[in-house]
Design a protein around this ligand. Structure first.
Ligand code: F6R
Length: 607
């Protein structure tokens, strides 16, 4: 969370800093700011709210300078006001920061006692003041930074400039991702390679504890002991073009509609439609030797893992544990070396998921990353990376990343089943065929968008909404509820349909819509009975099923939505889509900020 960017070079930097921030706005949009050096002085422009406010400010109050740093904020310490917006600065030094300085209160007290005056409520200002303190003792900017870094606890990616050193930009990383970009007579830093893509394709990633001294013509990286180290410079494949919304009003709906394409692209990497077989990327271990699978993730990615548990256990008969990363990392889980741990993350940067990966790696597990960003930290640190081909996901609420994760997990489940001699060729062909048809079935389902729009008008009036599902559609009910909460701000909960009568049924009345995901599978009758129970109590049921399922339902729901018939194996992938579309239209009806919902950020790099 929070995006940072820095440039030292030859041209006016302010427009490039803003361009970089646009590409990082997915990390937070509470406030934004930039600082540059103009005639030996640090000049700042900062604005509360989205980046557009900073852009407007820069029109009336432009900023010169050929060295500068920029920041887009997801507030952790201090409310999102201009005063708390980065960069934080003294007369001598300015700092942008992504992460959390855990000992900032201590540092602040110490520095205040030495006469430093703080002007914000942020943890970051302690970094600026601490470096300033060491500068005041006569240290050089490099030595002052090195001394300050050794006093910081927590997670940080920092960009630092100094009033009297127009030839110097310092970057530092501990926990939060940071990339260095190499130009010709100019150098860059950024929270990710995407931010730097219009400026350079040559990137290196700092390791934890690294800090780098950038001049227009050189980069020197040091580790936490201040020893000079080399970090590989690679060519990023990321495009410098800003991603547009096409003919769509929002990224969320554009990305929903991209699903047939990106699921097809993802399947192409693993599924051979002619032989109807799947091929997993080479793994440096034998899948058959895995006695237990641990899946760790957060949010929507966690729900993808929860679906995979049903698939892997059913097909491969290997036990699976699915864990929320923030719980897992502090739970001291019992792990067996040689087992496989899978880390699912769209961004590949989620702090808790990354910490869980490191925990499992240290415990001797095979670590497999399932990510959408090939160059992300989680992809780089895992033994093996499985990639979704969703393309950049800009809408903060995850849609296409989720369904492509499901597709890869379905292939992984098949691969495990085959490795364990539990999937014969005929079954593999049947399941492969079902997967190969998913893009077409989603395209077919999306033709019913208008029906969902009508249902959404009703749901938009509700205060609470329940989602029910069974088997692998239970995690889809959870995901449906999360999508609705995120983008419409309506309270929603997902439940296993059979769990309803153990408590949540008390919530049912004629004001609470109940969205039921009920494909025709071997659990259909069970879920249909639960629907009868809630309708008998006045619930407004929105029943989502295929033609057969709709015709068999003995009671009349308030509304229904007809899905294409599919093999139950792929039903969770398909049923994820109508709940995305429903959340989108409810959000539209309520006039919320669909692509950048309040309080959220796309990449959660703090725990
Ligand atoms: C919800 C959503 C989040 C993310 C979660 C994990 O729409 O996007 O719940 O799934 O923050 O993020 P990643 O997958 O990047 O690790």
């Amino acid at each position: 969370m929070c995006g940072i960017v820095g440039i030292i070079g030859k041209d006016l930097v302010a427009p490039h800093l803003v361009e970089g921030l646009k590409r990082l706005e997915y990390r937070g949009y509470d406030s934004a700011g930039i600082a540059t050096l103009v005639a030996g002085k640090i000049e700042r422009r900062r604005a509360e709210g989205k980046l557009i406010n900073l852009e407007r400010l820069l029109v009336t109050q432009p900023l010169g300078g050929i060295i500068g740093i920029g920041h887009t904020r997801w507030a952790t310490h201090g409310v999102p006001t201009e005063r708390n917006a980065h960069p934080h600065a003294t007369a001598r030094v300015a700092v942008v920061h992504n992460g959390i300085i855990e000992n900032y209160a201590e540092l602040k007290a110490e520095l205040t006692a030495c006469g430093h005056v703080f002007e914000s409520d942020t943890d970051t200002e302690a970094v600026a003041q601490l470096i300033d303190f060491y500068l005041g003792q006569g240290k050089s900017p490099e030595d002052a930074t090195s001394a300050a870094l050794k006093r910081l606890h927590g997670a940080f990616a920092l960009g630092i400039i100094f009033a009297d050193r127009p030839d110097l930009l310092i970057a530092a990383r501990e926990g939060s991702p940071l990339a260095i970009g190499y130009g010709d007579g100019e150098m860059f830093l950024g929270s990710d390679a995407l931010a730097l893509a219009p400026l350079t394709q040559k990137i290196s990633y700092l390791a934890d504890g690294d800090w780098a001294v950038l001049t227009p013509s050189s980069v020197v990286i040091r580790d936490r002991e201040d020893k000079v180290v080399k970090r590989e410079v690679r060519l990023t494949q990321l495009s410098g073009a800003l991603i547009g919304k096409g003919q769509h009003r929002h990224f969320m709906i554009k990305e929903i509609y991209e699903q047939p394409q990106v699921i097809g692209d993802t399947l192409n990497t693993m599924l051979n439609p002619a032989s109807r077989t799947i091929t997993l990327p080479d793994l440096p271990f034998d899948l058959a030797s895995v006695k237990r699978v641990t899946i760790v993730a957060c949010g929507t990615s966690y729900y993808a893992g929860s679906v995979a548990k049903y698939w892997i256990e059913k097909l491969g008969r290997v036990p699976v544990e699915v864990e929320i990363a923030s719980e897992f990392r502090y739970r001291q889980p019992v792990l067996v070396p040689g087992d496989m741990a899978v880390f699912i993350s769209q961004s590949g940067e989620t702090a808790d998921t990354l910490a869980a990966l490191r925990y499992c790696r240290d415990a001797g597990l095979h670590t497999v990353a399932l990510v959408n960003v090939a160059e992300s930290t989680i992809a780089r640190e895992a033994t093996t990376a499985l990639l979704t081909q969703a393309g950049p996901e800009i809408g903060v609420a995850s849609t296409k990343a989720f369904t492509t994760q499901l597709v890869v997990l379905a292939c992984l489940a098949m691969g495990m089943a085959r490795a364990n001699n539990r999937l014969d060729a005929a079954e593999e062909a049947r399941l492969s065929q079902a997967l190969a048809e998913v893009p077409a079935r989603i395209a077919e389902m999306l033709r019913g968008e208008d029906n969902i729009r009508q249902i959404a008008e009703d749901v938009a009036q509700a205060r609470d909404v329940l989602y029910l599902g069974r088997g692998p559609c239970y995690p889809i009910a959870l995901e449906g509820a999360l999508k609705l909460k995120e983008v419409s701000y309506i309270h929603a909960e997902g439940y296993a349909a059979g769990e309803l009568k153990h408590g949540p049924i008390a919530l049912i009345d004629d004001h609470v819509p109940v969205v039921v995901l009920c494909p025709s599978d071997d659990l259909y009758d069970k879920t249909a009975s639960n629907v009868q129970e809630v309708i008998a109590r006045g619930a407004k049921v929105i029943f989502i099923s295929d033609a057969e399922g709709l015709s068999k339902l003995a009671v009349k729901p308030m509304a229904s939505f007809q899905m294409p018939p599919v093999d139950p194996f792929v039903a969770p992938i398909l049923y994820a889509v109508p709940v995305q579309v429903l959340a989108y239209h409810v959000a539209l009806a309520r006039g919320t900020d669909v692509d950048q919902p309040r309080n959220l950020a796309k990449s959660v790099t703090v725990e």
